[in-house]
Design a protein around this ligand. Structure first.
Ligand code: BGC
Length: 353
């Protein structure tokens, strides 16, 4: 809020300067067709928003980008988009460059939660508000807004689903990239359901590993190794997203086990939706990137204008409780996939074939 006050003061100052300049250099009067004198209007400056995305590898990030581009165009916002392909050094270079291009607001989905703090500090020095998009930026008190889904809830939905399907047995537990704060939240949510059953001896964890950089090949190796070490005796797999689920299912298929072992996912990717209908993936989590992308541009405009942003929560980033806007995730199974994803226009019937 301090920052928006400074911003308002700056705006008032700039307005006064404009008025002052306006007084000393009167605009040239022009003749209207009717012969009346009018003053030529200068077109209003467009709001300039910088968008930094960590990757386009998962389909969801492609959708986020497309939606933000679409809404920005509709609302007359200039959107400068940069994608860093899971490389933090590249993201730092790109964002530092955006900050020299006079952006009014920065939407930043960090590759590395804590390394991105330096970018928030740089933006703050330039008076540029930052929206932490989908992934939380940790270790900085300069963040303005966190816009995401309720990510602990995402994990709870995965954990609840898999423990209902498989209340006893051997589990492979994978989590997302350790550099992504979401991965921590997803796992914390899922373990609320899984841990009590481990403690009671009902669930035996035969492999528990993070998937570096969310790379599906890493998930493939984890599942292949766990299957080999356990004579294929596996009863359930917690996969943190659809990309890693797809890789795990590939490992299962190689052993003739695809469709035999309940497995979670997340993102409602088209390939995952198809696997759910085929019966090789048990569920996914639908996080409507259309709503998230639209909200991001709307909030960016509010921040650029110095308007208040309404929030519905606060999430601790290790330094402070970040004012947050959190959307609701939903479970997708074979039972509701058409209603939720096809009727909702997120995918088409053809995607399921
Ligand atoms: C996102 C997921 C995505 C994962 C890998 C997470 O931060 O919330 O939707 O699957 O990153 O890109």
């Amino acid at each position: 809020m301090r920052k928006s006050k400074v911003l308002s003061l700056l705006l008032v100052g700039m307005l006064m300067m404009t008025l002052f300049i306006g007084c000393s250099q009167p605009a040239e009067p022009t003749e209207s067709p009717e012969g009346e004198e009018t003053v030529a209007e200068t077109p209003e400056e467009k709001i300039r928003v910088g968008l930094s995305l960590p990757t386009q590898r998962e389909e969801r990030w492609v959708r986020d980008k497309e939606k933000m581009e679409e809404v920005a165009a509709e609302l007359g916002i200039e959107l400068l988009v940069r994608v860093s392909d899971a490389d933090m050094q590249e993201q730092i270079t790109q964002v530092e460059a955006l900050l020299t291009q006079g952006i009014d607001v920065l939407i930043l989905a960090p590759h590395d939660a804590s390394a991105a703090a330096t970018l928030v500090e740089s933006a703050n020095r330039e008076g540029v508000p930052v929206i932490s998009y989908d992934r939380l930026i940790t270790n900085t008190d300069k963040l303005d807004i966190y816009l995401s889904f309720d990510n602990v809830r995402v994990g709870e939905l995965q954990g609840q689903f898999i423990t209902e399907q498989v209340p006893t047995g051997k589990y492979i537990i994978m989590s997302g990239a350790p550099t992504d704060n979401n991965a921590t939240l997803f796992k914390a949510g899922a373990m609320k359901y899984i841990q009590p059953l481990i403690d009671s001896g009902d669930i035996e964890v035969i492999a528990e590993q993070a998937v570096d950089n969310w790379v599906p090949e890493n998930a493939l190796r984890i599942v292949e190794a766990a299957l080999a070490a356990n004579n294929n005796e596996v009863d359930a797999i917690l996969a943190p997203n659809d990309g890693t689920a797809g890789a795990a299912i590939q490992a299962l298929a190689a052993q003739g086990l695809a469709g035999e072992i309940p497995i979670t996912g997340q993102d409602a990717e088209r390939a995952a939706a198809k696997r759910i209908v085929e019966g090789t993936q048990s569920m996914t989590i639908f996080k409507d990137t259309r709503s998230l992308g639209e909200a991001a541009i709307e909030i960016a405009i509010q921040l650029a204008k110095g308007d208040a942003v309404s929030t519905n929560g606060a999430v601790d980033n290790g330094t402070f409780e970040v004012p947050s806007v959190l959307l609701d995730p939903e479970v997708v199974t074979a039972d509701n996939i058409r209603e939720l994803l096809v009727e909702g226009g997120y995918i088409t019937e053809a995607d399921l074939q």
